[in-house]
Design a protein around this ligand. Structure first.
Ligand code: CTP
Length: 414
């Protein structure tokens, strides 16, 4: 899940209709509403009568800053057609929580209340409808609910999935509504442009850990933030993303398949295998160049003599160079992007590294100054020359870089 303190601007200029149907998860909708506003969206809340049993329209009005709609007979709109006005001005309608009954109403095209009515009245091609189901596990698993969900999807609704865990009723299982931060991440991804649709992207990220003995090892200061941000941006852009991650404590971006590895050899085995089915390979990992020649089977002990252990090193495989020289990369089926962490002479070093690694695009940054930080500045080096992406958050840079990669990949295909 994304860091919910860091959502500013994610939905700037967007207008979201947030629908609440009845369920204990309404309290999460309150938090979601606050996050939507924090992300820059304007939020119009619409509640069913059942939702008003769980949380008051007053609470939702104070969080959204707008009067809440409940009834289709609400006389406030001049034309008395709240269902038309509300559904036409929205960039998306998100119903969270979407109860079993609400989904059943959608599946049948019923319009007995304002919320299902406006869903039915929305222009289907222009205003997407996203559902965040929330219900007891038995209700979720019931064939009627699953049938209704399938029907709602066939009719154009996007279902965001549910989480497994403790439920308000005391049972444990599938059917919990996603957390507010997860809902926001899904909505942001849904609304993002999709220039990488159909692409399969593999990203390596983070440091590697080279064991000396079972309790010690050599690693580096890479935080993995840039690689994780790129994986997220690529998924938002429509790609199927596999993230091969060294030891870092970062949350997995939603919708991204993450494979944790430790040593360079381990990362090498996984990345080379996954690259076989990929169309884009992005190597952001700070892979250790060397590893101890032999990892001791047991912890190396002090023997009291004052003698220090002598470490000998051997070179690790170069993952990027190997993937970039594979037949699929050479034939243009696989587009490879390398990163270069340099401490000086950024452009010259980047040019040299691009040639040495044999990649079409190399992205250079100043290593020590960026590790662990939330911002960065990038220099893209390729056949076109040098493109500068000035200092910005890693999140913003990742999006720009993904757009640059998408442009080059689609250019290569035409
Ligand atoms: N890389 C890799 N496997 C390695 C070493 C590096 O896949 N064993 C990849 C990195 O993920 C990055 C690029 O190669 O995309 C360059 O990494 P960097 O550490 O900057 O370069 P090195 O090849 O290690 O060269 P040097 O340390 O001499 O600058």
């Amino acid at each position: 899940m994304m860091n919910t303190n860091d959502v500013a601007g994610e939905l700037q200029g967007r207008h979201i209709v947030l629908g609440l149907s009845g369920g204990a998860a309404c309290f999460k909708a309150a938090e979601f509403c606050r996050l939507l506003a924090k992300a820059g969206a304007t939020v119009q809340v619409v509640m069913t009568e059942a939702a008003c049993q769980f949380i008051t329209p007053v609470a939702m009005q104070s969080l959204s800053g707008r009067a809440v709609y409940v009834s289709q007979w609400d006389a406030r709109p001049g034309n008395n057609m709240a269902h038309i006005n509300l559904s036409r001005e929205a960039d998306a309608v998100v119903v969270a929580p979407a109860s079993a009954d609400f989904i059943a109403q959608l599946a049948q095209g019923r319009a007995g209340e304002l919320l299902p009515l406006l869903c039915l009245a929305r222009p289907v091609e222009r205003v997407p409808l996203l559902l965040a189901p929330a219900m007891n596990r038995e209700m979720w698993a019931h064939p009627a609910t699953q049938r209704n969900l399938r029907q709602a999807m066939l009719d154009g609704a996007q279902v965001l999935g549910v989480a497994y865990g403790d439920q308000a009723c005391g049972e444990t299982g599938d059917g919990r509504m996603l957390e507010a931060g997860e809902l926001l991440e899904e909505l942001v991804a849904f609304l993002a442009p999709k220039p990488l649709l159909g692409e399969r992207v593999v990203v390596t990220a983070g440091p590697t850990f080279e064991a000396i003995d079972p309790v010690r090892g050599i690693t580096n200061l890479s935080s993995g933030k840039m690689g994780f941000a790129i994986a997220r941006a690529a998924r938002e852009a429509g790609a199927e993303v596999t993230l091969v991650a060294g030891p870092v404590h970062l949350p997995t971006p939603r919708g991204v398949r993450r494979i944790d590895v430790d040593s360079a050899r381990n990362m090498h085995a996984v990345a080379v295998d996954k690259a076989l089915a990929a169309s884009i390979f992005i190597a952001t990992a700070a892979v250790a160049d060397w590893r101890p020649a032999q990892a001791a089977e047991h912890k190396i002990k002090k023997d009291g003599s004052g003698e220090v252990p002598q470490l000998a090193f051997v070179e690790n495989p170069d993952i990027l160079a190997e993937v970039a020289h594979s037949p699929r990369a050479q034939s243009g089926e696989l587009y490879c992007v390398g990163f270069a962490a340099e401490s000086e002479n950024l452009e010259a070093n980047a040019q040299a590294k691009r040639a040495r690694k044999g990649v079409p695009l190399l992205v250079a940054n100043i290593g020590p100054a960026t590790f662990g930080r939330d911002d960065n500045a990038l220099l893209l080096v390729d056949d076109e020359g040098v493109t500068e992406l000035p200092r910005a958050s890693k999140r913003a840079l990742a999006r720009q870089l993904v757009a640059e990669i998408a442009r080059r990949v689609s250019g290569a295909e035409t």
